[in-house]
Design a protein around this ligand. Structure first.
Ligand code: GLN
Length: 312
C-alpha cells in the first residue's frame, strides 16, 4: 500500500507540469519595480508533514519575498502582543470584495477602520501594533518570530525589494496617513510603513513557507519539536481570515475550488496547509488579474481535487 507522500512524490511533477503553461497567461507584478525581475515561467512547490518528511517539485529553490503572506504572521504577533480586544478595535473581520490595495471602503461601515487585517490598510494598522521600543526593535522582533516559525535563522530582508517598495508606495502611504487621521494608526507614519515594507520584503523559499504553514496546520505547535509557538485561539483566527480573505477578492472561488486556508503575495508565493497534516509553500511569480499566482492556484486546485483535501 503506497503512502500518501509516495503518491505525491510520483504525481506532483506531473501535476506541476500541466499547470506550468498557465504561467505565460499571467503577469509578473511590476508596480513594485524590483518584483518585475522575477522569472515569469517559474513554478515550484514544497510539502512537509509532521515528521519533517517532504516532497518538493519544480522551481522550489527559488527565493522570493513574502509580501502579503507576511500579514498572517504580523497579525499573529500583534494578537500575542496585545490580545484580541485591542487588535479588533483597529481592524474588522470582514472581506471587502475589493482589491488588496483598495481604499474604497476605508470610510464605510466602521468609519476609518480597515475591513480586515489581510488587506493593505488593515495590515498597515497591524504593523503599528507590534510591540517594541523603537521601529527597529519592532522589525527585529517580527523577523525573529518569522525565523522561529520557519526554523530558519538566516531568514532576512531582500533589501532591493524593500527599497523598491519604499520608493514606490504612494498608495500605501496615503492609506497610512488616512488611518493616522482617523486615530487607527498611532505614532509616526513613516516608522509604521517601514515596519510594513520590511516584513513584506522578507525573503523565503517554498520550504520556509511550508514550515511556517505546518505550525498553523498543527494549531500553533511545531509538530517537529512539540513546542507551542502561538496560542491555538490566535491560529484559529488567522486561519479563518485566510479562508475568508487570504486570496483577496478571489477567496470565495479559492474556497470552492481548493477549500484550504491560504495566503498569497504579489511576488507569487502562496502559503497553504492541510490542517492536521501538511504545510505547503508554492511559488509562481506570474499572477492572474486578482494578484494571485496563476499557475500556483491551478496546481493547488489539482492537488485538492486529486487528494480530496477540501475542508468542505
Ligand atoms: N507589499 C505589497 C503592497 O503593499 C504587498 C501586497 C500583496 O502582496 N498583495 O502592495
Amino acid at each position: 500500500h503506497e503512502s500518501e507522500l509516495d503518491l505525491l512524490k510520483r504525481q506532483l511533477p506531473i501535476w506541476l507540469a500541466s499547470s506550468k503553461e498557465l504561467c505565460l497567461e499571467g503577469k509578473v507584478a511590476s508596480y513594485i519595480p524590483e518584483l518585475s525581475k522575477a522569472p515569469q515561467e517559474a513554478l515550484g512547490i514544497h510539502i512537509i508533514d509532521q515528521a519533517g518528511h517532504s516532497v518538493t517539485a519544480g522551481d522550489s529553490g527559488l527565493t522570493f519575498t513574502m509580501q502579503s503572506i507576511s500579514k498572517v504572521f504580523t497579525l499573529l504577533l500583534a494578537l500575542m502582543d496585545n490580545g484580541e480586544d485591542v487588535v479588533f478595535d483597529k481592524v474588522g473581520m470582514e472581506p471587502t470584495g475589493d482589491n488588496f490595495n483598495s481604499m474604497l471602503k476605508l470610510e464605510l461601515v466602521q468609519p476609518g477602520i480597515p475591513f480586515n487585517p489581510l488587506i493593505n490598510a488593515g495590515a498597515i494598522a497591524i504593523s503599528s501594533l507590534i510591540a517594541g521600543g523603537t521601529s527597529e526593535e519592532k522589525s527585529e522582533r517580527t523577523l525573529q518570530f518569522f525565523r522561529k516559525l520557519a526554523r530558519n535563522d538566516s531568514l532576512s530582508y531582500d533589501m532591493a525589494v524593500y527599497r523598491s517598495e519604499a520608493e514606490s508606495a504612494d498608495l500605501n502611504r496615503s492609506m497610512a496617513y488616512f488611518l493616522k487621521d482617523n486615530g487607527v494608526l498611532k505614532g509616526n507614519v513613516n516608522e509604521v510603513l517601514d515596519i510594513y515594507f520590511r516584513h513584506c520584503s522578507i525573503s523565503v523559499t517554498c520550504a520556509d513557507l511550508a514550515r511556517m504553514a505546518l505550525v498553523l496546520a498543527y494549531n500553533g505547535t511545531d509538530p517537529l519539536t512539540g513546542v507551542n509557538l502561538i496560542p491555538r485561539r490566535y491560529v484559529q483566527i488567522a486561519k479563518t481570515f485566510m479562508v475568508t480573505c487570504g486570496m483577496y477578492n478571489a477567496s470565495g472561488e479559492f474556497a470552492i475550488e481548493v477549500g484550504l486556508p491560504a495566503k498569497s503575495g504579489v511576488a507569487g508565493g502562496i502559503l497553504t496547509m492541510v490542517p492536521g497534516r501538511y504545510g505547503i509553500g508554492v511559488i509562481g511569480p506570474s499572477l492572474n488579474p486578482k494578484g494571485n499566482s496563476i499557475a500556483g492556484v491551478h496546481v493547488l486546485e489539482t492537488l485538492s481535487r486529486e487528494m480530496d483535501w477540501s475542508l468542505f
